[in-house]
Write a protein that binds this ligand. Sequence first.
Ligand code: MTE
Ligand code: LUZ
Ligand code: MOS
Length: 765
Amino acid sequence: MKKSMKNIDSYTHVRGESVYLDDIPMLRGSLFAAVFDSPVAHGKIKRLELQEAAAAKGVVKIFTAADIPGDNQIGGIIPDEELLAHTEVHFCGMPVALVIADSEENAKAAVKKIILEVDPLPIITDPVEAAQKNELIHPPRTFQLGDIANAWQNCAYIFEGSTETNGQEHLYIETQGAYAIPKEHGAIRIYSSTQGPTAVQRATANVLNLPMNKVEVDTTRLGGGFGGKEDQATAWAVLCALAAHHLQKPVKYAMHRMEDMRMTGKRHPYSSRYKIGLSKDYKIIAYEASFYQNAGATADLSPAVLERTLFHCTNSYFIPHVKATAYCCRTNLPPNTAFRGFGGPQGMFVIEAAIVKAAEALHISPSVIQQKNLLQTGDEFPYGQKAESEALACWQKADELFQIEKIQNNIQEFNKKNNLVKKGMAVMPICFGISFTKTLMNQARALVHVYTDGSIGVSTGAIEMGQGVNTKMLQVAAAIFSVDPSLVKINSTNTYRIANTSPTAASAAADLNGKATELACLAILERLKNVAADIFQTKPEAVTLNENWVYVDDKKTDWNWNKLVLETYNRRINLSEHAHYTPSGIHFDTTKEKGHPFTYHVYGTAVISATIDCLRGRYEIDDVKVVHDFGKSMNSIIDRGQCEGGIVQGIGWMTMEELLYDKDGKLRSNALSTYKVPDIYSVPKEIIIEPLATQKENLAIFSSKAVGEPPLMYGIGAYFALHNAIKSFNPNANLPFDAPMTPEKVLMALYSKIPEPKESLVKAL
Ligand code: MTE
Ligand code: LUZ
Ligand code: MOS
């Protein structure tokens, strides 16, 4: 197998020929949708005035909750989310009415003529306030290990504090959208920019009161998803389907960027508290944390995201006594949702903050505590699974290659010589569990056809969203059959071909769908070998296929792939296979909060350095140097790209991306002029990614570990590198753990002072 096959989409991407939702040719007579969404965050609907809008130019019909033939319900985990607001609105941006017109402009113009009167209800935007008012989406959950109550007395040092992490806008380049086309017998086809075609299918069936077999969802690729289309692509697809089904005309809706930013949920902001206890020699003995997750107005994926926060609350450290509790808090913000890392980063930030807090009080480098407490193979996670750890291996290789102490010393030297420019650094080890934490979601199917001309068609449940999963699927088929990759075509993801798919998420798409593809190809290969064995009067085990040729007892024959395929067909033997894969050995018991939820973990260590301009508060990320546990990478170009993208996205979350909702629950950072994402000028000046070369069996496809999400968490190191730089300018800086570390915050912190404790204030008076 070629080790570093180019992404199969690269050619059409650079030529602008790749097909996204907006590139699908539209049928004559297609109509356009626009959503009227709530301008207030919470209240009872008093009056919804549609007359003027309905009479506006080009308007065909306006749909409200009353027009829904089935359930007005799209909640995935908990049925608590109306498609269109019926009697109450719960967040600014909640869809209330759907205008259908003959053009996008006319639909949008009509939306402006809708009048909504609302009797206001109290607005909550803060998760801790929500918890105090018992606005919880489900009861709190607690993960525990050891004996936390008695552990504190064995600690030489105990520190506590709080942290804040803000949300994050997905900012996929392709906004949310869908195009629905009515078909015969009341069926419907939906082109949807979704990570979860089955979620769209299920919700559409439910809302339209149709059986699922009449809903075809088809997706060629997404212009990015990042979790934002795992659940939240559904509403727009269902709205298009609702109108298309009722009007029997094709209906399209593609969101404007500002609509998308306003109406869709984001990464969850968290407010957290921690208490950490260490021994004299800096072993972490005890750790207690509470996480207040800002879920937004409905459940969406929040309960699952919350769970992953708990799973990753100790990051890549072994801590014998742990108690972590998480609260899923209902607020009047758009429902927050999956975002690369899925709650894991929020949990990991808190333990890193706790370690930094302890290290600063003890006048040691945080890396001393980090290194001393890395997980070793056999150590138990708070959820009961035992680690197969690469944490130490990654750290040690990073130390060898990058020389952590030398970096620290160089920075100290630099800082001694420079008054107005300061450098800082942080080490960021990561550990991320691979599998959907909901065990039943870990299943996938693939459909492989070998055609009589030798070409191969592969369909899976995986969605291509830039992460290269189609290239990996193609590599699997080409490798199993040992044919030229050009013989393989990966088809769109379609619910008529592959049913009951899990969303492409949890970094598990390549593993789950790749293994299903492998199984399907192996089944066909076995039939081909049987035919060849018959032809050459030998045993099937003596037959191999190698680079398009048939070999018997390792000797090349004069039969090639095409000839064998055609002969197999001529003998009326099946050249197609539909295969199902589910990983064995995973389980989780939520009543005990123990089990073995992950097929494996991905590890890594990043060393991050930053420089701040102490006059202006501006900063640069100098370098990110990583040793990453790829397993045995099946595509090093793609995997490196996933690392680079994840790192930059993680740094963005931790530094410059600042979501701002006001007290009324209105998004103020609602455009790219007010919400800053990393651009080419703000990416690290250098990114080094070294693989941890392991050849171990690890249950990943071709032993190539999942790579989609884990690297994002290296970005957390950027926050602490900046923190470190500020402290060297002003050791008494008032520097709460409050991400993101925007340049404004850096500037304020540089010239701040820790407030004197209250007692001494009293004395001074
Ligand atoms: N990479 C690109 N280019 N675009 C994306 O939308 N999504 C990320 C990651 N990498 C994403 C991406 C997220 S959130 C996940 S879960 C994984 O890709 C999903 O794909 P995989 O399971 O094939 O890794
Ligand atoms: N989605 C999901 C995810 O439904 N379950 C998960 O465990 C998960 N993990 C990461 C990203 N998305
Ligand atoms: Mo990724 S957050 O699992 O879509």
